[in-house]
Ligand binder design. Structure first.
Ligand code: NAP
Length: 228
């Protein structure tokens, strides 16, 4: 039975990924900041082999506690999903610099730190995959404006994951940043293009079938390759 670890699993895309992987008979380690308050996630205990663990992705102590509690356990797929959009002041005219640093800490630095902390677990898998939920809003090929904090955090995490894919290729770890689509969650809003079910069924199919040849490339939930 494969094991999947998902961050930010208490709501949105992370919660839906948990549900789909459980339905496929996978063991899921779902992390969130406040497990005791994560009622929708707790309700999934009846759906399969679910372990819920606390993780604040920006706290080094929290990452290290998680890694210690998982020592010796193989993890086949790590999903760096937790993320924030950042506040409204992300323009040339109004920029919240402290918030920008927070967005970078959550969206860029945390996925790096967690991935490194869980590498020993990935190495225990026969087919290890490290997937980071990024965004097409971070694509350097894009021409849109504003949202400096969010865009730069996702562009940077794409580069982090591409470098990791190069470094870990010899270990057999597949590393990909993935765009989930514009999804109707708290972050995506009610006007977004696709439902969380459509996004996560694509993300799960992609994760299940990823090959070494796809490592170090930027993918969309629907299987299309995206420009950096
Ligand atoms: N929705 C979209 O249209 C869209 C598009 C492109 C990319 N994405 C990316 O997809 C991922 C999931 O987005 P979503 O739409 O599901 O967002 P969401 O509904 O806002 O959920 C965000 C999740 O991240 C968690 N989180 C935030 N900061 C955290 C921290 N410091 N430590 C631990 N967990 C933290 C939240 O936990 P709390 O409940 O504790 O805050 C929540 O579980 C994000 O990386 C996002 O950037 C989303």
């Amino acid at each position: 039975m494969e094991t999947v670890l998902i961050t930010g699993a208490n709501r949105g895309i992370g919660l839906a990924l948990t549900e789909v992987f459980l339905a496929q008979g996978k063991r899921v380690i779902a992390t969130c900041r406040q497990p005791e308050a994560a009622s929708a996630l707790q309700a999934l205990h009846s759906q399969g082999e679910l372990t819920i663990l606390p993780l604040e992705v920006t706290a080094a102590a929290s990452i290290s506690e998680l890694a210690t509690s998982l020592q010796g356990q193989a993890i086949d797929i790590v999903f760096n999903n937790a993320g924030v959009l950042g506040g409204e002041q992300q323009s040339v005219d109004e920029m919240d610099i402290a918030d920008w640093a927070n967005v970078l800490a959550i969206n860029t630095i945390a996925p790096f730190q967690l991935s490194v902390a869980l590498k020993p677990n990935l190495l225990l898998s026969k087919r290890p995959r490290l997937i980071t939920i990024s965004s097409s809003m971070g694509s350097l090929a894009g021409t849109s404006t504003n949202m400096y904090s969010y865009r730069s955090s996702k562009a940077a995490v794409n580069k982090v994951m591409q470098v990791l894919s190069n470094e870990w290729a010899a270990d057999g770890i597949i590393v990909c940043p993935v765009h989930p689509g514009w999804v109707r969650t708290d972050m995506g809003g009610a006007d977004a293009d696709i439902s969380v079910e459509e996004s996560t069924s694509g993300l799960v199919a992609l994760a299940n079938n990823l090959t070494a040849a796809q490592s170090g490339r930027f993918w969309s939930y629907d299987g299309e390759e995206l420009p950096w």
